[in-house]
Design a protein around this ligand. Structure first.
Ligand code: PGA
Length: 247
């Protein structure tokens, strides 16, 4: 049985003060049965990690370098993230792919580095609006996953989370219907099952893209949706917890 994971992707939001208030609010609230994770901006990881010490809430980073050490200005290594207390690292978020031109191959290399350091990568995949309209969602998602399979093999997914995030749903208020999301999640699980049935059954596949407390229950009740990667609605403790309680 897969346990549900509700992960907050805070993106580049917050201040030292607001981050403390947000964590205090989440700690004071009730998350129900869901496992929680928060992914703050990297400069706040140490602070947030310290505040989470006495909780079950996991810490995650928003990205991880594809190299282990050296002259990579602006990047943060997997070992550094581990030292900060991270359990998770998001890789391949659509904002990284589109705004910072991260290729499938680079994302796969970041994924590999996370796995080798003992972090659990949260691999984001998903199609753009144009691709959605062209009906090529499955092909796009398959290509994004194939790049990781080529780099890490199916074994890399034994310690990973996937987030299906249709780009057209991220930050737009346009959420995928539960049926549409379920069909892509089912496709992803089936694709992994072609290589390893056990890994496919145990991997958690999150939905991301305008998930909020009103639409979460319908999405999370789908057979292959094992949680959510939450952007905007993770910035308020009550909203984030309400999503968790929908599990
Ligand atoms: P959103 O973002 O919930 O604000 O749509 C999700 C994400 O980008 O992970």
């Amino acid at each position: 049985m897969r346990s549900s994971l509700i992960a907050g992707n805070w993106k580049m939001n917050g201040s030292l003060q607001s981050v403390v208030e947000l964590i205090d609010g989440i700690k004071d609230g009730d998350a129900g049965q869901a496992e929680l994770a928060v992914c703050p901006p990297s400069v706040f990881l140490m602070k947030v990690g310290g505040m989470l010490d006495d909780t079950d809430i996991a810490l995650g980073a928003q990205n991880v370098c594809n190299h282990d050490v050296g002259a990579y200005t602006g990047e943060i290594s997997a070992a550094m993230l581990t030292e900060c207390g991270c359990r998770y690292a998001i890789v391949g978020h659509s904002e990284r792919r589109s705004l910072y031109l991260e290729s499938d191959e680079l994302v796969a290399a970041r994924f590999a580095m996370a796995v080798s350091a003992g972090l659990t990568p949260i691999l984001c995949v998903g199609e753009t609006l144009y691709e959605h309209e062209q009906g090529v969602t499955e092909a796009v998602v398959a290509k994004q996953i194939d790049a990781v399979l080529e780099n890490c093999g199916i074994a890399g997914f034994a310690q990973a989370v996937i987030a299906y995030e249709p780009v057209w749903a991220i930050g737009t208020g346009l959420v995928a219907s539960p049926e549409l999301a379920q069909s892509v999640h089912h496709f992803i699980r089936g694709k992994l099952a072609a290589s390893d049935g056990e890994i496919a059954q145990q991997i958690r596949i999150l939905y991301g893209g305008s998930m909020n407390s009103s639409n979460a229950a319908d999405l999370l009740s789908q057979a292959d949706i094992d949680g959510g990667l939450i952007g905007g609605a993770s910035l308020k403790a009550d909203d984030f917890l309400a999503i968790a309680q929908s599990v």
